[in-house]
Design a protein around this ligand. Structure first.
Ligand code: GAR
Length: 187
């Protein structure tokens, strides 16, 4: 059984989609959910699903404690779902090519520091583009720059607000993140 940790800072809807998708899977187990934010919605989602969760500080992440905790829980893969802190190099080395992130735009467009959540969708709207989408990529030392594993685009030419773009992209994220993560993990 491959043990997976989800790290999330916010609402946790992608975490919920992954948990639902893998529930009952004979090869992949979402074993633990971690967050740096006390009020993260992902804690309720984990509790309802009976999945262990824990909170950690940025200091604990940067000082090696998070890596130690992930290893002691025998985690094999890490999936980021709206996780907003930069992953430190010890975790990148400890989980080389086994950390995926989802980003709500067609990278390299609208990525980088400060580009998360609604900031991304507002930037897409301001750009006047007719399409947006999602990117699933391996995590590297720079925000949103790791190898791209998958992208899907969506027509936003009729969207009149950043919120509308966000909801179109989020639906696509829920559809694809579990399947792409499964393909990568089971490969
Ligand atoms: C998602 O749209 C995800 O792509 C984005 O945060 C949202 C989290 O939503 N991630 C980033 O912007 C990373 N730069 P969720 O908490 O409902 O899954």
């Amino acid at each position: 059984m491959t043990r997976v940790a989800i790290l999330a800072s916010g609402t946790g809807s992608n975490a919920g989609a992954l948990i639902d998708y893998f529930s009952g899977d004979s090869e992949v187990n979402i074993s633990v959910v971690g967050s740096n934010r006390k009020a993260a919605g992902v804690f309720d989602i984990a509790e309802k699903a009976g999945i262990k969760s824990f909170r950690f500080s940025k200091d604990e992440m940067d000082s090696g404690k998070l890596l130690k905790d992930l290893k002691s829980q025998k985690v094999d893969w890490v999936l980021l779902c709206g996780f907003l802190l930069k992953i430190p190099s010890d975790i990148l080395m400890g989980y080389k090519d086994r950390i995926l992130n989802i980003h709500p735009s067609l990278l390299p467009k609208h990525g980088g520091k400060g580009m998360y959540g609604m900031n991304v969708h507002k930037a897409v709207q301001d750009s006047g583009s007719n399409e947006s989408g999602l990117t699933i990529h391996k995590v590297s030392e720079n925000y949103d720059e790791g190898d791209i594993v998958f992208q899907a685009s969506v027509d936003i030419s009729h969207c009149t607000s950043a919120e509308e773009i966000a909801s179109k992209v989020l639906a696509l994220e829920h559809q694809y993140y579990p399947r792409i993560a499964e393909a990568m993990i089971k490969d």
